[in-house]
Structure formats: C-alpha cells, structure tokens
Design a protein around this ligand. Structure first.
Ligand code: BTX
Length: 321
C-alpha cells in the first residue's frame, strides 16, 4: 500500500495529489489514505496538505528505505528490486544468496549498518550508520576475464553520482578507490559466481562514506578516510546518491554490453589520479616501484619500472609517491 502511495506521489512529479485520487489509486477510503500519510510523516516524510488540492511530498526522509529510493528512481532495471535491512553482517552475503535463488539482474541489497563489512583480501570495511553500504546483482553475458572491468565501470558511475549530488571533485585510484582531497571515500569489492567459463552472477559491493563525522572512523583509518559530508561541510542525501549512481551505472553498463570496455576506459582515465605518476604497487607476490603508464583494454594497470620493463598489474594496493 505504502509503495502504491509513494508511486502516486512520484507520478505527480512533486505536485499535489488529491485525497480522492489517492483513495481511488489505493482502493481504500480517504480516512485510510490519511492514516497512511500519517505513517509516512512518522517515517520522516514532510507532507504538505492543502484543502481542495490534496497532498504533496516536500521532503523525503534522511533515513534510508527501499521505498524512498524507488520514489524518483530513473532506471529500467538497476535497483528496481531492493532488499533493505537496518543492520546486516554484510550486504555481499545476502546478495550472493539472492543471486543463488534467481534474483533478477539489478537487484540491490542495502543496509544502514554492516557489522562485518568486507574489503578486498579479507580486509575489514568499517560500515557505521549514515554511510551507503550496498551490493548490486548483475548477470552479464561476458567472458570471465572481463568481469574486473565492472569494478572500473562502477567507479566511474560513483564519481558521476558524487559530482551530480555535491560540489566535490572525486578522483579514482586504480582499481577501486575513490578519493576526495587524497582521502578514501569509497571502496568497491567485485565478486563473481561462475562455473567453467560461464558467469552466473557478478556482485558489486560498494561502500560510500556519506554522513560520517571524523569521530565515526576508527583510529586506524582516521588519517586516510573521509566522508562526503566532511568534505562538503553539510549533510548529503544518501537517497540522491544511490538514485544517481543507479542511473549512471545503468547507462554505462548498457554501453559496456553493447560496445565493450573502450568507452568506459576513456571515462575512467579522465578521472584517474594514478596515471603518469610514480607509484608503489603491493601485489600478493611482492612490491613493485615504477610509473603507472596506463591501463590496458582489459583494465589491467601497466607499470614501467626503472629498467624500462613493463609489468601488468592485475591486483594490488597502490600508493602514489
Ligand atoms: P579495500 O581492501 O580496497 O579497502 C579496505 C581497507 O580500506 C581497509 O583495510 C582499511 O584500511 C580501509 N577502510 C576500511 N573501512 C573504510 C572506510 N569506511 N572508509 C575508508 N577506508 C576504509 C574496499 O576494500 C572494498 C570495500 C567494499 C565495501 C562494500 S560495503 C557493501 C558491500 N558489503 C561488504 O561487506 N563489502 C562491500
């Protein structure tokens, strides 16, 4: 019922919807409509009521919910099914389960808080309330070796969403960190379910620090992490960031499926901070120093060492010197 009510407001595009109209759409009495409106108000929606005009939503709540994301979401597929949870160990786990049981492409799992947020290589991702912790289920028909390109694609969509919603200028550090003023605001973890050379699903896990204050970060990341609101100096709507991310992601994903990685690579390069710089790459097999000279068509980082030898870096932590 609530979903129908929010959809009716969405259709009205910020305008008024009369009580009578809402009663017809919802198939209930006007008194019942009023009760549902009161419920929305309790959840933080600011709803104006004017005699003879009806109701209008002036402001959606800062609180996250599946419905507030759906209200105003401009996608055909991404985020059309949302599994929202107040607190979870990790959205990745739920997304894997949903993918196993046949969830549609574009299904999104979101939590207000994660108690066991995962980074890459079994690292911890701190996921206090007021950030965005989400996992997107994809079912791309692509060869397995192309799956890591989706991490780079997601990074571009996040940068575009941050640019849409704030005045900040984010930059990407290969492969998956988004930095603002040199500090990490986002991490991306791409996991895959596959068999032989067939991808069943790709789960893109995204963590964005949105409204945390410095005091919300544990000591070990206070120097290296930041949030959008710290950088912008005011609270940022998580709902707007998620909606904008899903919109950009869908456009880029369709482009990627049609034309491959090339157009995504160009966009990614335009946001990259590490290219052309001297870097230290810590890989699982050792540490390499040299200049980051570019990425390949497959999204692999190219590092040229002092002897002029070029190394392909598939997975590493990068420090810019
Ligand atoms: P990563 O391995 O690149 O980054 C992890 C490292 O980043 C940690 O070791 C720590 O130094 C630092 N770090 C941890 N938490 C934060 C934070 N909140 N802000 C800035 N720096 C931090 C990046 O891994 C991948 C992160 C994916 C997180 C999403 S959230 C939704 C989904 N569910 C889940 O469990 N993980 C993903």
């Amino acid at each position: 019922m609530r979903k129908v009510l929010l959809e009716a407001f969405h259709q009205a595009n910020g305008g008024f919807v009369s009580g009578q109209n809402l009663a017809e759409i919802m198939g209930c009495s006007r008194t019942a409509v009023w009760k549902h409106i009161e419920e929305l108000r309790k959840d933080g929606y600011e709803i104006e009521a004017i005699r003879k005009k009806g109701y209008r939503i002036n402001k959606s709540p800062g609180k996250l919910s599946g419905n507030s994301i759906l209200l105003g979401l401009e996608t055909k597929m991404m985020g059309k099914h949302i599994s929202y949870h107040e607190s979870l160990p990790s959205t990745q786990k739920i997304a894997h389960k949903l993918a196993d049981s046949g969830a549609e492409e574009g299904t999104l799992v979101i939590a207000d808080e994660q108690t066991e947020g995962k980074g890459r290589l079994l690292r911890t991702w701190h996921s206090a309330k007021t950030g965005i912790w989400m996992s997107l289920v994809l079912r791309p028909k692509i060869p397995m070796h192309q799956a890591p390109q989706l991490t780079l694609l997601a990074a571009v969509a996040i940068v575009q969403a941050i640019e849409d919603t704030t005045s900040l200028l984010p930059a990407i550090k290969w492969p998956n960190d988004i930095l603002i003023n040199g500090k990490k605001v986002t991490g991306i973890l791409t996991e895959m379910q596959a068999e032989a050379d067939r991808i069943h699903s790709v789960i893109i896990g995204i963590g964005i620090n949105v409204n945390q204050g410095l005091e919300d970060f544990p000591d070990e990341i206070k120097e290296t992490a930041t949030s959008l609101s710290i950088e912008e100096g005011q609270p940022i709507s998580r709902t707007s960031i998620i909606q904008s991310f899903l919109k950009h992601f869908e456009i880029l994903y369709n482009l990627f499926l049609k034309e491959g990685f090339k157009p995504i690579k160009l966009l990614w390069e335009s946001y990259a901070v590490s290219l052309g710089k001297e870097i230290k790459a810590s890989t699982l097999t050792g540490v390499l120093y040299g200049k980051a000279i570019g990425i390949t068509e497959d999204g692999v980082l190219l590092l040229k060492d002092d002897e002029g030898e070029i190394h392909n870096i598939y997975s590493a932590d990068i420090e810019i010197s």
